[in-house]
Design a protein around this ligand. Structure first.
Ligand code: SAH
Length: 469
């Protein structure tokens, strides 16, 4: 067993699910954040348990061949947004592939020999993955530093202390100008930042969205209140920024980790921005989910479309459809598409997006996928003399917690030829794949798509085919 504060020399031999390096000293396992496979490092033991401990990286004695000389962002180690910026991009992709494969094997119980045949290499970004990206799950948080100055930044890894940074390397360039504009305004008019411990103060977060094909900009301030004093002045400044299209407020007065409030108030411009993925035009409002990485999203949806293998005659369900992104991608090649999504504003966007693209064969329903689809199935049976509802292809793209078993059961009951599963959490994907494989479906293709370079997160698209009995 190790002692706290002990300094040790370790060779890193493995990587944990959170991207931390793993090495052994005399059989004792140490987890070391920011150390990567192949490094020999000097580390200080911070926490020592009986069989394993956590250590802090002090010095890289011999760098791994996969280590970059200098991470692009000087905040990389402190900030919780990125976890593996020290790794060269091909090594990041290899890590993500093995993470997906590991989960499918262990949790999904998919045989290794099958995975050898059906797993495709991760689809990465071109270059080093440093192209600008929109941040959605890590919207800048507004806070106050020790000297009482308002600051913008991101939460540190494990804690909610704010790492000041208006120039996140993963965000688009204009974000910095917008954030500085907001901070200057707050400083000048003494507008307080929100303090989550005291549950006091006003400005909590800033949601920034950028249309990569249209250059339209959206700013939504999330506030602990109904209005911002001198709001007219703020709008006057923000609207000078070229491309500014939508300035809104969202009220969130709850003591919660949830970022957005339930409502949106328009301050200036319109409530949405427009962007394209492929040929399809999307209007996106602040409360709707939108994929964070537009370059990769096009590749992701392209694969989903490939896997669906549509010929024009199919009835397709797109569950967890958001603003109808995948639904509309599929609609052009299918007979009829049905989308289901829990956020009403997203469904409004979806319907509208169908309209502006002249797509008439897509229908959208608000509700939980695990309620809407089973109810549809039951209702159909009742009204069709016991005949059961059928789908040719069912696409699911659930949040991290994956699909409820009741939903998977209805999917199985509807006997689609194909299930296309888009997942942002390969552990829950593996759990759901296990259910589907046990109920008449076989896994056919699995492709990780890197939507989130420099983080440990990985998106996967896979397809399952019905096994004919
Ligand atoms: N396919 C879309 C959205 C995927 S994100 C896209 O690629 O843009 C997952 C979506 O599921 C979010 O829009 C979220 O609001 C929605 N959601 C979460 N829980 C849900 C549930 N139980 N039923 C239906 N939709 C849900």
């Amino acid at each position: 067993m190790m002692q706290k504060n002990e300094i040790v020399k370790v060779k890193i031999e493995d990587i944990g699910v959170g991207g931390e390096g793993i090495g052994k000293v005399d059989g004792y396992t140490l987890f070391i954040k920011d150390a990567i496979i192949g490094d020999v490092v000097e580390a200080k033991v911070m926490k020592a348990k009986k069989n394993y401990g956590y250590a802090r990286l002090m010095n890289v004695l011999t760098p791994s061949k996969d280590r970059v000389e200098e991470p692009v962002c000087p905040m990389a180690r402190k900030c919780g947004g990125c976890q593996i910026q020290e790794m060269k991009y091909p090594a990041q992709l290899a890590f993500k592939e093995s993470k997906v494969r590991g989960n499918l094997e262990r949790i999904g119980e998919v045989p290794g020999e099958l995975l050898d045949q059906i797993m495709h290499p991760a689809v990465g970004m071109d270059g080093e993955g440093m192209q600008p990206m929109k941040w959605i799950d890590d919207w800048p948080v507004i806070g106050t530093d020790k000297d009482g100055r308002v600051i913008a930044g991101f939460y540190a890894g494990r804690t909610h202390s704010i790492i000041e940074n208006t120039d996140c390397a993963l965000g688009v360039e204009v974000n910095e100008e917008i954030l500085n504009c907001i901070l200057d305004f707050m400083e000048e008019f003494k507008i307080p930042a929100y303090d989550e411990v005291k549950h006091k103060g006003l400005v909590r977060h800033v949601l920034l969205r950028y249309g990569f094909k249209t250059d339209e900009i959206m700013v939504c301030l999330v506030i602990n209140g109904k209005t911002i004093p001198h709001c007219h002045d703020l709008v006057g400044r923000l609207r000078q920024i070229p491309g500014m299209t939508s300035i809104t407020l969202s009220t969130n007065t709850a003591k919660t980790n949830v970022i957005m409030g339930d409502t949106i108030r328009l301050l200036w411009g319109q409530e949405f921005i427009t962007d394209y993925i492929g040929e399809i035009k999307y209007q996106i409002s602040p409360l709707s989910f939108y994929q964070v990485n537009p370059v990769q999203t096009e590749k992701l949806y392209g694969l989903a479309l490939d896997y669906a293998g549509l010929t024009g005659n199919e009835a397709v369900w797109d569950l967890y459809c958001g603003i109808g992104t995948i639904s509309l991608f599929l609609a052009k090649k299918a007979k009829q598409v049905y989308g289901v999504e829990i956020v009403p504003q997203a469904i409004d966007d979806a319907k509208n997006n169908a309209k502006i693209n002249d797509i008439t064969n897509a229908e959208f329903y608000v509700g939980k996928a695990e309620e809407v689809l089973p109810e549809y199935y039951k209702e159909y049976e009742k009204t069709h003399n016991g005949e059961t509802a059928h789908a040719d292809v069912i696409v699911v793209d659930p949040p991290r917690k994956g699909c409820e078993e009741s939903l998977l059961q209805t999917i199985v009951d509807m006997q689609p030829e194909k299930v296309v599963y888009v997942s942002c959490d390969s552990a829950t994907l593996a759990r759901d794949v296990k259910f589907l494989r046990a109920n008449g479906y076989e896994l056919k293709d699995v492709t990780p798509v890197d939507q989130f370079p420099h983080t440990v997160h990985v998106e996967v698209v896979c397809c399952l085919h019905r096994v004919n009995s």
